[in-house]
Write a protein that binds this ligand. Structure first.
Ligand code: TXE
Length: 501
C-alpha cells in the first residue's frame, strides 16, 4: 500500500465517479513526498450534482419514512465496520496525514465512537407539549434541517468528518462531505462503508477537490441547508459570508491559542507530561492544542526546563514507525511555522529548544520540525497571540490569579483552557472566569470526549459539536398548535353514570 499509486473516484448519489472535468490531483505522503493517490478534482458542476442527489434522497420516502431506530442501526453498522477495518484505515490516515500510527488508530476508534454515540440518540430526539390554554394542544417536532455540508480540515480527517456526519445522519439529514485536499483518502473509505451498510444512495456523498472551488460552490449553493466548517478563521469568515447570501446556518470551529495555566502548587510531573503532550500530539496541528504555557513566576525555571527536557526526548519520524511526532502535513504548513520561528529569531525571543526543521537520518524528504519552546513572551506578542499550528509552545509568566486569568483571556480565541493546581477553590474560580468552551482541571482533553460539548468563544467559532449539544445544529423545531373543540361530555338520556368504588 505504501508505494502503489491508486486512482480514486468520488461518491455522489450512491455511485462512484470521476470529476465532470476529468481532472485529477495528487495526494502525497508528507513523510517522504511520495505520491499516494490521484483524486478527482471536483467542480461546481459536481457540487450541483451532489446537492441534487442529496435533495432527492432526503425527500425520498426510503429515508424520510425510515424509523429512527433503523437510522441508529445503520450508524451502529458503520461503527462496527470502522473497527473491523481499523488497521487499514489507520495506515491510510498515517500515510496521507503523517501522524503516528497509534494516533491514527485512536482517530478510527473515536470515529466509531461518534457513530455509536449518535446511533443511541437516533430514537430519542423528541419535542415537547406546551401548556398554552385549555382547548389548544400545542407540541413541538424536532425535524432534520435537510442537506448538511461538512467541510473538514486535514488534521483529524476521519475523526472530524465523523464528528459531524454521525449526528447529522442520526437526526435524519442528508450529508455532503468535502474533505481537505491534502487528506481525502479516509473520507472515500467512509463512502465505501456507507455503501456496505446500504445507506440509501445520495444520503451520504463525498466530493473531493479544492476549497476555493468545491468548498466555495458548496457554501454558496442555494439548496444546501446547513454548513459545518472546521478550519482557519479567514476561510471560516468566507464560509459565513457565502452562507449569509442564502441565509443558511453555519457551525464554525476555527482553532485557538489555548493555555495550560500552571500554578506553583500543581503536581509538576503531571503538568509537564500534559503540557508537552498537548502541544506535540499530531505535531501540534490540533485545534485544541495547548499552545500557550502560562506559568506562575516562582516555578517558571523549573517547569520550563522540565518541559524542554521532555520535548528533547521525543522521537521524530515517519508516522508508520509510530514515533512521538510525525511530519507537518505539507510544505506550505511547514513554511507557515518556519515563518513564525524566523520572527522569533529576528526579535531575539528566547528559543529554549527546537526552532528549526529536522532533516537528519531518514527525515530529509519529509516536512519534519523539532518541537520548540519560545520563552518569556509578552502576552500581546504575535507568537503568543496567533495560531501557529505546529509543535511550538509559547511561554508566558504570571504572578497573581487575576493576572493569569487576564492573560488566558487575552487572545481573540477561546477554545480550551487547562488549570493546574491542588487548590480546588482556585481551580473553580479560574474555570468560572476563563472564556473558553471547555475548561480542564488537572488534566487536558479527558480522552477526546465524544460526549462533551465542544466549541469556541470569540474567534474560535460558535455552535457546539459533540455530545447531545450537537443535535441542535442538525435539527429545527416546528411548533404545532391544534384547537380542540373541548366540551364537558354529556350523559346520554336515561342512563346514569356507573359509580366506581
Ligand atoms: O485551512 P482552511 P488551511 C488553521 C491553522 C492553519 C490554517 C491554514 O492555523 O495553519 O488554518 O490551514 C476548505 N470555501 N487550521 O489553509 O483554508 C479546505 O479545502 C469553503 C485550524 O488548510 O481553513 C479544507 O477542507 N471551504 C483548523 C478546509 O476548508 C474552503 C484545522 C480547511 O481549510 C475554502 C486546519 C472556501 N473558500 C487549519 N477554502 C482547526 N480548527 O482545527 C478552503 N476550504
Amino acid at each position: 500500500m505504501e508505494t502503489a499509486i491508486q486512482s480514486m473516484k468520488m461518491y455522489i448519489g450512491g455511485a462512484w465517479m470521476p470529476s465532470s472535468s476529468q481532472q485529477t490531483f495528487t495526494t502525497i505522503n508528507p513523510a517522504n513526498q511520495e505520491p499516494l493517490a490521484e483524486l478527482p478534482r471536483g467542480t461546481a458542476e459536481d457540487v450541483d450534482r451532489a446537492v441534487k442527489a442529496a435533495r432527492a434522497a432526503f425527500e425520498s420516502s426510503e429515508w424520510s419514512m425510515m424509523v429512527p431506530a433503523q437510522r441508529g442501526r445503520l450508524l451502529l453498522a458503520m461503527a462496527e465496520r470502522l473497527r473491523r477495518r481499523s488497521d487499514e484505515l489507520a495506515r491510510l490516515e498515517t500515510l496521507d496525514n503523517g501522524k503516528p500510527l497509534s494516533q491514527s488508530k485512536v482517530d478510527v476508534e473515536v470515529a466509531a465512537r461518534y457513530c455509536e454515540y449518535y446511533a443511541g440518540v437516533a430514537d430519542k430526539i423528541f419535542g415537547e407539549t406546551i401548556p398554552i390554554m385549555p382547548g389548544i394542544l400545542d407540541y413541538t417536532l424536532r425535524e432534520p434541517i435537510g442537506i448538511s455540508v461538512q467541510i473538514v480540515p486535514w488534521n483529524y480527517p476521519l475523526q472530524i468528518a465523523m464528528r459531524g456526519i454521525a449526528p447529522a445522519l442520526a437526526t435524519g439529514n442528508a450529508v455532503i462531505l468535502k474533505p481537505a485536499e491534502d487528506t481525502s483518502l479516509t473520507a472515500l473509505k467512509l463512502a465505501e462503508i456507507a455503501e456496505e451498510v446500504a445507506l440509501p444512495g445520495g444520503i451520504f456523498n463525498v466530493v473531493t477537490g479544492f476549497g476555493e472551488v468545491v468548498g466555495a460552490a458548496l457554501t454558496a449553493h442555494p439548496d444546501v441547508d446547513h454548513i459545518t466548517f472546521t478550519g482557519s478563521v479567514p476561510t471560516g469568515i468566507a464560509v459565513m459570508k457565502a452562507a449569509a447570501e442564502n441565509v443558511k446556518p453555519v457551525t464554525l470551529e476555527l482553532g485557538g491559542k489555548s493555555p495550560n495555566i500552571v500554578f506553583a502548587d500543581a503536581d509538576l510531573d503531571e503538568a509537564t507530561n500534559w503540557v508537552v503532550r498537548s502541544i506535540t500530539q499530531n505535531a501540534g496541528q490540533t485545534c485544541s492544542a495547548g499552545s500557550r504555557l502560562l506559568v506562575e513566576q516562582s516555578i517558571h525555571d523549573e517547569l520550563v526546563s522540565r518541559v524542554a527536557r521532555k520535548m528533547e526526548s521525543l522521537a521524530l519520524g515517519p508516522g508508520m514507525e509510530d514515533p512521538d511526532l510525525g511530519p507537518i502535513i505539507s510544505e506550505q504548513q511547514l513554511r507557515t511555522i518556519l515563518h513564525y520561528l524566523d520572527l522569533a529569531k529576528q526579535e531575539g525571543v528566547t528559543i529554549v529548544t527546537g526552532g528549526e526543521r529536522a532533516d537528519g537520518d531518514g527525515l530529509a524528504k519529509g516536512f519534519f520540525l523539532r518541537p520548540t519552546v519560545l520563552d518569556n513572551l509578552a502576552p500581546d506578542h504575535r507568537l503568543a497571540q496567533e495560531e501557529i499550528f505546529g509543535p511550538v509552545l509559547s511561554v508566558l509568566t504570571f504572578t497573581t490569579v487575576e493576572e493569569a486569568i487576564k492573560i488566558a483571556n487575552g487572545t481573540e480565541y477561546g477554545l480550551i483552557a487547562a488549570v493546574w493546581t491542588n487548590d480546588l477553590n482556585k481551580a473553580h474560580w479560574v474555570a468560572s472566569k476563563v472564556k473558553a468552551g471547555q475548561v480542564y482541571i488537572n488534566t487536558y482533553g479527558a480522552g477526546g470526549g465524544v460526549e462533551m460539548p465542544f466549541g469556541g468563544y470569540g474567534k474560535s467559532g460558535f455552535g457546539r459539536e459533540k455530545g447531545l449539544e450537537a443535535l441542535r445544529n442538525y435539527t429545527q423545531v416546528k411548533n404545532v398548535a391544534l384547537r380542540l373543540h373541548m366540551k364537558e361530555p354529556t350523559q346520554p338520556a336515561g342512563k346514569t353514570a356507573v359509580k366506581l368504588e
